[in-house]
Design a protein around this ligand. Structure first.
Ligand code: NAD
Length: 495
């Protein structure tokens, strides 16, 4: 172990220690947590640990969130949680604990580094070393879903400018402080021009503030295909929630690093750090689990806390351990393995190498300061003008019949029927005879072209009341606004 490092740390007194909440988790959780804490203590990381309850046992006691009130309190006080994997009881209807934590604690960024350790651990992609930064709170994961008609259900995709700014600025800061070079934004803004378009637009805006970072944008389908085929071509990726969920699993899978990969979930005031694997009940209690995912997560936690020196010390010792061929059974024999060890012995091997560096696997570097997580520019306030409404109706009619009924009922209003779509595809005033139609129609009404009338909500409600009296079955309304003269709504496909 590096003597010089111990000398530095022995000067610390208890007032300089950062408290960390620790939830050991289920299955292999307690073993790998003990191993990770042993290494943190041996490295003299300036931390104290507060053990908290969370997970299976809490669920079994009837706590639906899996987290007792005093554990929430402890996490809020320390601002940091090192979390072992938790078992979700099958078919229990229990909510995912991770989703609960992310949403409740405002953890807007999910950071997943993925890399190969060839030739010491086998991988099909020897050069892979990428980081995926996934937006964690918005998008389709808001969980706002409705059944609207007999045939059609919907899931709302919500994206905010402030949410985009937070995650994208975090990603640029990450690239700058972690000696990375390139940031790739992945969206599907060729189709979702408003939601994914906003994410892409904010990416372009913030990129101007970071001229030293190389940037590019990829449509997410080809982007994911390239990650699957050549993960070594990427450096850092920032992407909305759903795409990030998928691409981070693809990257870990194709590089063969699922068992080793750490993750961080970071908010403005709280960070949660955990391995990406689960509680592995099949090997629990056998001292064979690989503690690397959680140990590397605790390295990310140190970096998050601005303890870059300690993060480097442990990460470099871990790289050296892997390079020396000291491997747990899950990776033993897949590359240059020399010594097969259990969970506890692996932690001892890392401790023995504190102060050493890998020769072939490179060296870890971490910043000596915390990343910016709160920087946001106030959004410019734009003039919003109501210009119309999309009325969604359930009907079994043909579009022409529906249009005639809508026209007849809306004649005395300030609004004109301009378009009907079915599942987004225009079917009236023109459309293709082949378009398959469900019972769910979007009927777009816009204000008469040259009318001096200032449209108000009451005009929209009056229209809805007239249609309702005419027997038209409205299931949802969506107001249409212009913002500084720019339409804040999409056109119909084929329009
Ligand atoms: P899993 O990751 O627990 O296990 C998959 C396979 O990988 C198993 O063969 C297991 O033995 C092996 N494995 C996992 N981690 C390992 C390690 N550190 N060392 C060596 N081998 C390891 O996935 P699963 O079996 O689908 O899930 C088990 C439980 O974990 C479920 O209840 C699931 O809901 C939960 N889970 C929790 C989290 C979390 O808390 N973050 C994540 C995923 C799954």
């Amino acid at each position: 172990m590096a003597e010089a490092f111990l000398e530095v740390d022995e000067r610390l007194d208890s007032s300089e220690l950062q408290a960390v909440s620790v939830a050991a988790g289920d299955g292999i959780g307690p073993e790998i947590t003990a191993a990770a804490l042993k290494v943190l203590e041996a490295a003299r990381a300036p931390l104290t640990f507060q053990y908290i309850d969370m997970g299976l046992e809490c669920w079994q006691r009837g706590l639906s969130s899996g987290v007792p009130a005093d554990s929430w309190e402890a996490i809020r006080q320390t601002g940091v949680l090192l979390k072992g994997p938790m078992t979700t009881p099958q078919g229990s209807g229990m909510k995912s604990l991770n989703v609960t934590l992310r949403k409740s604690l405002g953890l807007f960024a999910n950071v997943r580094p993925v890399r190969a350790y060839v030739p010491f651990i086998a991988s099909h992609h020897p050069g892979a070393d990428l980081v995926i930064i996934r937006e964690n709170e918005e998008d389709l994961y808001a969980g706002i879903e409705h059944r609207q008609t007999q045939d059609v259900v919907q899931c709302l995709k919500l994206v905010s400018r402030s949410g985009c700014e937070r995650i994208i600025r975090y990603a640029f800061e990450f690239v700058m402080t972690r000696r990375r070079k390139r940031l790739t934004c992945m969206t599907k803004d060729n189709i979702m021009k408003l939601t994914d378009g906003l994410f892409h637009q904010v990416f372009d805006e913030i990129a101007e503030e970071y001229p030293d970072v190389e940037t590019d944008h990829m449509i997410v389908d080809i982007g994911m295909a390239r990650v699957a085929n050549a993960p070594e071509a990427f450096d850092v990726i920032v992407t909305p929630n759903l795409y990030g969920d998928i691409v981070s699993d693809i990257a870990a899978e194709v590089t063969g690093s699922v068992g080793l990969a750490p993750s961080a979930n970071v908010g403005e005031s709280i960070g949660v750090f955990e391995a990406i694997h689960g509680s592995a009940p099949d090997i629990a209690g056998k001292n064979v689990a690989n503690p690397s995912g959680l140990l590397l997560s605790s390295v990310k936690m140190l970096a998050h806390l601005g303890m870059g020196e300690h993060a480097e010390l442990i990460h470099n010792a871990w790289l050296r351990t892997i390079e020396d061929g000291v491997h747990t059974p899950d990776v033993f024999g897949s590359g240059h393995s020399h010594q097969r060890v259990g969970t506890d012995e692996f932690a001892d091997a890392v401790i023995q190498r504190l102060g050493e560096r890998a020769v072939n696997l490179g060296q870890a570097h971490y910043p000596r300061r915390k990343l910016l997580t709160a920087a946001r520019k106030p959004a410019a306030w734009q003039e919003r003008k109501l210009v119309g409404v999309d009325l969604f109706v359930q009907a079994r009619d043909m579009p022409q019949t529906l249009a005639e009924d809508l026209h007849a009922a809306s004649r005395a209003t300030h609004l004109d029927l301009t378009m009907i779509t079915n599942r987004g595809v225009q079917v009236w005033p023109t459309g293709a005879p082949e378009t398959f139609c469900t019972d769910h129609w979007r009927c777009r009404f816009l204000m008469h072209g040259d009318s001096p009338h200032v449209l108000r909500n009451r005009d929209v409600f009056a229209l809805a009341a007239l249609l309702d009296s005419a027997g038209i079955d409205i299931v949802k309304t969506e107001h249409l606004y212009d913002f500084d003269g720019t339409p804040g709504y999409s056109m119909g496909q084929g329009q």
